[in-house]
Write a protein that binds this ligand. Sequence first.
Ligand SMILES: [Zn+2]
Length: 453
Amino acid sequence: MTHPHTRTYWLEHAWLDTHVEPGVALDVKDGRIAAVRQEVPTPPPGAEILRGLTLPGLANAHSHAFHRALRGTVQVGSGTFWTWREVMYSVADRLTPETYHALARAVYAEMALAGITAVGEFHYVHHAPGGTPYADPNAMGEALVEAAAEAGIRITLLDTAYLSSALLNKHRGQPPTTHQLRFSDGSADAWAERCSVLKDRDHARIGAAIHSVRAVPAAQLATVARWAEERRAPLHVHLSEQTAENDACREAHGCTPTQLLAEHGVLGPRTTGVHNTHLTDEDIALLGDSGTGTCMCPTTERDLADGIGPAVALQRAGSPLSLGSDSHAVIDLLEEARAMELNERLRTRTRGHWTAAALLRAASADGHAALGWDEAGTIEEGALADLTTIALDSVRTAGPVPRLGAETAVFAATAADVRHTIVGGRHVVRDGVHTLVPDVPQALARAVDALRT
Ligand SMILES: [Zn+2]
């Protein structure tokens, strides 16, 4: 992903973190923004023109690429998170490095079309069904990293420790179920050994994840935390998505999942709790005081009937917020951003918990930081040239003055309004068309169909 020559982009309107600036020229060199020139009312000769409102690229901080195969299927009938999980396992059973690569390439291409320039892939389907390692024990993770390269987006592969099916006591968990055998490395030490072989690339960084307190026995949490600490890598963990997880943790350990993570050194500024839905006041203080981030996944949380997490209180306590499309019921970061605010409005019957600027920060700068891409998520000199342009002249976005572009983008636009996506100065989506993956709907249909038969 190196681009030796300089290229100039002219942004009709640019989102500069606090306001919309008309007429901005960006000089891009080696994939980074070399200069930001304001008050450029007309495109300089030879510049690539980005009409609409250009935002910093969007970061999808929580993804399970294979869940895309469940779209539609799991919206039939009723049930709970736990019945949904059974359907999800039946798809996981059928994945191979080849089918996973094809699906993830199409899903990441869908993300690029939605303006997403970086994805955090919370990856736990490591081995062949039954738990036998592939010849390359990282074949599945490598398939995801390669898929992101082919779809033109950045990836943080959050390689996930998943060792047990349920909490038992301090030292042990219940063994994985048949479905879960392929998720498990057997021990956190074996997980660490396998992950240590994975290497960062231009478009890819390696991070760690703890699936949840039910999937990693307490005595092994510190091993994963230490691995991430030594590499200064991001560490993510599903946290208190379901009340049943809290109940089981109290029974086994006499404390909440957040307290358990705190006791074992998991919390900290490079750690992100995903969902953080059912928390006590003490949990919120622990997360905030430690600078642990929160990744909200509102479209999944509402699809799975999880509940509404205390995002306002978490942020006030000191926990930075990011956003993820998680199960990919839909892939639309703008929808995730507005859903976080609109959930709070319904709960509190008051409006305006976050400004559009704050919601965009969660969708870009803070999301990138949660994935270890601190140098992305703002339009400024030295930042990675990752950009997303939203049309301001579609049926959804026409009308408001450009000065209100951020409000229009967050509260009215959808993924369908993304006109351009640029990653490291490379035009991955141009005029709504993916430049690397020719027919994304067909690629998705084929990849999903291959998992059905
Ligand atoms: Zn998840």
